[in-house]
Structures are given as C-alpha cells and as structure tokens.
Design a protein around this ligand. Structure first.
Ligand code: NDP
Ligand code: TDO
Length: 294
C-alpha cells in the first residue's frame, strides 16, 4: 500500500507521518513547493505521478479571520483544489481521506454535532470546507471526510501555544466562556487517520463522513484557566485573572462533535485530552529549555 500525505509539515500531517513510519506503511509526503494545492493543474499531475492507493489531505486553509479578507484564496485551497484532488483520485482509483472542520455547522446546537446534522456554515472558512466536501461527494466515491474540532499540539499555531505565548509576553487575549469545543491533540487525530487507513487497506467499505474529537467538551475560558495552571508549574506567571472577550462572547458557539459513528464503524474511541494537555505544556517548556542549553 502506498499513501500520499499532503500537508506533512502541518500539526496533523507531521504526527501522521511519524505514525505511518512507525507502522511500517510506505508513504510520500511532498512539501508545499512540490505539491502546492493552489496550483490546480499540478494537483492531478501529482496524483498521476505518485499513483497512491490512499491520499490523505491534511493541508488546508485554516485561519477563519484571514479567510474573511481573502475568500478567494480560502476557496481556492479548501474547495477548488479539493475538487481537483477528488477528481484525480477517482481517475486513479485512489481513496481520498480529507480533513474538514466543525465550521461546516453554525455552532448553535446545544449538543455535539452528529453526521446527521445538516451543515449551515456561517463563515467563509466554513463555507469553503462545506463546498469542498460536496465536491468530494460528487466526484470521488471512495472517500472519507473527517471533521475535527479544536486541534492542539506543542508545535504550530493553536489555542494552547497562543495562550502560552501570551502568558510569556503578558499580552493576554480575551477568551469566551460561551465558545465550546473539544481540544484534540494532533497526535490523537493522527492515530485516528492511521486506524482509518489500515481498515481501508483491508478493503472494508466504510466510505462517508465521520466526526472525531477528544472525549470532553470545555469552554475557551476554562481551557485558558487550565493552561495557565499547567504553565504555572514551569514558569512564574503573575496573572490573577484571565480576561473575557466580551464582544465575541455575545455569541454562543458549540464546536463539539459526536464521534459515535466513527467508534461504531472503526472501533476508534475518543480519548480524553486533560493528561495529553499537561504533557503538551510540559514538552513546550522542556523544548524551550533544551533550545536555551544549546
Ligand atoms: N487546527 C485546527 O484546529 C483545525 C484544523 N482543521 C483543518 O485540518 C487541516 C490541518 O490542520 P493543521 O494541521 O492544524 O494545519 P497547519 O496549519 O498546522 O498545517 C497546514 C498544512 O497545510 C499546508 N498547506 C497550506 N496551504 C497549502 C497549499 N496551498 N498547498 C499545499 N499545502 C498547503 C501547510 O504547508 P506549509 O507548512 O508549507 O505552510 C501545512 O503543511 C487544515 O485543513 C485545517 O483547516 C480542521 C479543524 C480544526
Ligand atoms: C488564528 C488566530 C486566532 N486567534 C483567536 C481568535 C479566536 O478567538 C480563537 C480561536 O481561533 P480559531 O478558531 O480561528 O483558531 P484555531 O483554533 O487555531 O484553528 C482553527 O482551525 C480551523 C480550521 C477551524 O475549524 C477552527 O475551529 C479552529 O479550530 O483564537 C488569535 O488570537 N490569533 C490567531 O492568530
């Protein structure tokens, strides 16, 4: 089996490449210079060239704020490139595993979103993800779409590293008690992608859309408090209270996803995130110390 990973330098892609290597699965992970999703003609050329059994696309446009200022770039990567990818995979009879986001939903539901809920994206980014998903449905029957909530990792930009930096710089951004989600480590997502890949390679017919996030929902403000408590074990941080983003907090947003379908189909259970978060913060500071020692 040959796997092609797109976005191998990202938070999720990096961890996935490690796991594929450990599992002894043969894979290629061309960098953006070689496989630029914005170069639409190149997308099908690349799939032809590598002729993989499975393509895992962990690359994508990510920043919801920037997407409102440059929608065409966001749609170019998360919809049009994905459309080309889907067509190219279908032509080569490759399976496509595509990462998507809770942002296909409007975030107004009280409970976690299931795959049966109808998407109703409210942002440019959410729209691009949703339209990308539809392109996959239309053009590539052998597909898995994996929707995710909040990804965290010790390297890369995410909620936790942003908070840790803001503690260091004493420039605290407000967080929202009304925004809820499930912090999920990139390693955990890579584990899920590996599990899906292994089952696809056994020829099991499991195509469709799945949700995954870690097992506990938390709000942004409480997450910031936990990160502060963890960080305080390694640094002397003089912060008494964390600010609330009053403007953003007017809106209730639920980014949590129900992973029952994934569990029933693939036997992959959601993992808790609290101990992984503690480890992540520890590694973040140990990495700093190692760099200082060099
Ligand atoms: N992080 C999160 O909380 C969530 C993420 N997602 C989605 O999951 C996917 C992966 O997320 P994450 O690992 O956090 O993302 P990262 O931002 O860490 O990594 C993004 C990856 O995409 C690559 N990339 C970006 N643009 C292009 C392009 N035009 N052509 C080829 N490669 C490109 C980057 O390459 P380079 O290193 O060269 O920039 C990088 O490898 C993204 O699609 C994201 O939108 C979904 C839900 C939540
Ligand atoms: C990107 C970014 C966000 N923020 C703030 C805005 C917001 O209150 C909070 C979280 O922002 P985001 O949700 O955009 O960031 P982030 O969680 O890093 O990544 C996102 O990946 C995409 C694909 C999603 O689907 C999002 O749900 C989300 O998970 O952090 C910053 O302060 N600085 C930044 O650079």
């Amino acid at each position: 089996m040959e796997v092609l990973v797109i976005g191998g330098s990202g938070q999720i892609g990096r961890e996935l490449c490690h796991l594929l290597e450990e599992a002894g699965i043969s894979f290629m992970a061309p960098d953006r210079e070689e496989f630029d999703l914005e170069n639409h003609k190149n997308v099908s050329r690349q799939i032809k060239k590598w002729h993989p059994d499975i393509v895992i696309n962990t690359a994508g446009y990510r920043d919801a704020g920037h997407a409102t200022n440059e929608p065409s770039r966001c749609f170019s990567i998360n919809r049009d490139a994905v459309s080309n990818l889907a067509r190219a995979c279908a032509l080569q009879n490759s399976a496509l595993i595509q990462i998507s986001s809770w942002r296909v939903f409007d975030g107004k539901k009280k409970e976690a979103y299931s795959e049966k809920d109808t998407p109703n994206p409210e942002s440019v980014l959410g729209n691009a993800f949703w339209q990308g998903e539809q392109q996959i449905h239309q053009h590539c029957p052998k597909h898995i779409i994996l929707r995710l909530s909040w990804i965290i990792s010790e390297k890369g930009h995410n909620r936790v590293t942003r908070l840790l930096k803001s503690f260091e710089e004493e420039k605290l951004a407000g967080t929202c008690p009304n925004h809820k989600g499930c912090p999920t480590t990139a390693i955990d997502v890579a584990r899920v992608l590996l599990g899906i890949t292994q089952q696809i390679s056994c020829g099991i017919d499991v195509w469709g859309t799945y949700h995954y996030n870690a097992s506990e929902t938390i709000d942004e403000y409480s997450l910031a408090e936990i990160v502060l408590a963890e960080a305080s074990q390694y640094r002397d941080i003089q912060i008494e209270t964390l600010p609330v983003d009053e403007k953003e907090d007017q809106l209730v947003i639920n980014a949590s996803l129900d992973g029952t379908k994934l569990k029933h189909t693939f036997g992959i259970k959601p993992r808790p995130w609290r101990s992984a978060l503690a480890q992540l913060v520890r590694n973040y500071y140990q990495k700093d110390e190692q760099e200082e020692a060099v």
